[in-house]
Write a protein that binds this ligand. Structure first.
Ligand SMILES: [Zn+2]
Length: 375
């Protein structure tokens, strides 16, 4: 199918009255568009019209109709008859849940449809995407070579607070509180965003900025204004995503312009470039607090299960007690690890030095003092 015919068919589908009505009723445009394309794929594959899904069907029969359509769709896909909206898409679908959702939402706009799930939930793919300390350094060094400062600002902030990219685009760089303390005579400093809004979860999270470089950058950023103006966001995001892909290619995670199969980590780096930062940043946060899953989940995930499933690897569990500050390993580790956020901060603010251990003489002196006091 040529590009022209593709867009003609898309337009024809969009012009169908019921489709358009349903589309306009959803205020979340991006989501509405996604559902519309999924519905189109089902209809094109089965060579049926969207009207036929709802017309002359008693409301109580609607769910049975959806069930039938889904079963036919699954069969057609298995037989290799899938008709995509665009020619360059993969011919293979493993997850039918989005199609079920689109069908239910469309029919549900006209008739009541029960919410119970029809298709089994696909296995949640857990993509283990994370960068090591060295890779993080290379990654940020590369991003800072771009003229647009916002690349490095967005990437380093997202990695530090592991939010969704959209939440960061909505954030007006406000509500930041700076914290100070002293541990073992070392002055430490950090920032808290007590109410960082995640639109997808419709929830506020408390975010911490611990890395002193990122804290300094944040202090210099303009407050009270979103980082990328709304009318620029779409164009900016496309360029920014490309820059991220280039960085991942530089790190050897992917090859540019190569197509990867769904379910592979390379697919994830290529197709979800900002979400990778959320994941890698979460992994980094876990390394900074002795894998305290509930603490890190509480700072941005709906529950700790996904973090536990993705990042609790036996290798990691073995050396859990290492802390660069209070219990450094004799052998240099691939990634720095800390027992708590406080020790991460203390280590950073003392010039990356471990806590001074008391010498034998100092300990003896202490002991002598205690003994004298007791006498
Ligand atoms: Zn420690």
């Amino acid at each position: 199918m040529g590009k022209k015919r593709e867009s003609k068919r898309i337009k024809q589908f969009d012009d169908i009255e019921q489709v358009n009505q349903w589309y306009l009723a959803n205020t979340n445009e991006k989501q509405a568009r996604k559902h519309k394309r999924k519905l189109q794929i089902v209809c094109s594959t089965l060579k049926i019209s969207p009207e036929s899904l709802i017309q002359d069907i008693p409301p109580e029969q609607q769910i049975i109709k959806i069930k039938e359509i889904l079963a036919k769709f699954v069969r057609a896909v298995k037989e290799g008859k899938l008709v995509h909206t665009h020619n360059n898409k993969q011919k293979h679908i493993t997850d039918f849940n989005e199609y079920e959702t689109a069908l239910k939402l469309f029919c549900g706009h006209f008739h009541h449809v029960p919410v119970a799930k029809l298709m089994p939930s696909s296995e949640t793919r857990s993509y283990v995407v994370e960068m090591s300390d060295n890779e993080i350094t290379t990654f940020f060094a590369f991003l800072s070579t771009f003229k647009d400062d916002r690349y490095i600002q967005l990437a380093s902030l997202q990695h530090e607070i592991f939010c969704r990219f959209h939440a960061l685009l909505n954030w007006d760089v406000n509500g930041i509180e700076i914290g100070n303390d002293e541990i073992d005579g070392v002055k430490i400093e950090w920032a808290i965003i007590p109410k960082f809004y995640e639109p997808k979860q419709k929830k506020h999270f408390e975010k911490l900025i611990l890395n002193p470089h990122i804290l300094r950058m944040l202090k210099n950023m303009k407050k009270g204004e979103i980082i990328v103006p709304i009318d620029e966001q779409e164009e900016f995001s496309a360029k920014y995503h490309n820059a991220l892909r280039k960085a991942y290619a530089k790190l050897g995670f992917i090859e540019l312009r190569k197509k990867y199969a769904l379910g592979t980590d390379q697919w994830y780096w290529t197709n979800k470039p900002t979400h990778c930062l959320r994941k890698s940043g979460s992994a980094q946060a876990l390394r900074r607090c002795k894998y305290d899953y509930s603490l890190v989940a509480g700072m941005g995930w709906s529950d700790e299960k996904i973090l536990r499933n993705t990042y609790a690897q036996p290798k990691i569990m073995l050396n859990q007690n290492i802390c660069e500050y209070c219990n450094p390993s004799a052998v240099k580790q691939k990634n720095e690890r800390f027992c708590c956020f406080e020790h991460y901060l203390t280590y950073r603010h003392s010039g990356n030095k471990a806590k001074k251990q008391e010498t034998k003489e100092q300990l003896l002196e202490k002991l002598a003092k205690w003994t004298n006091n007791e006498l």
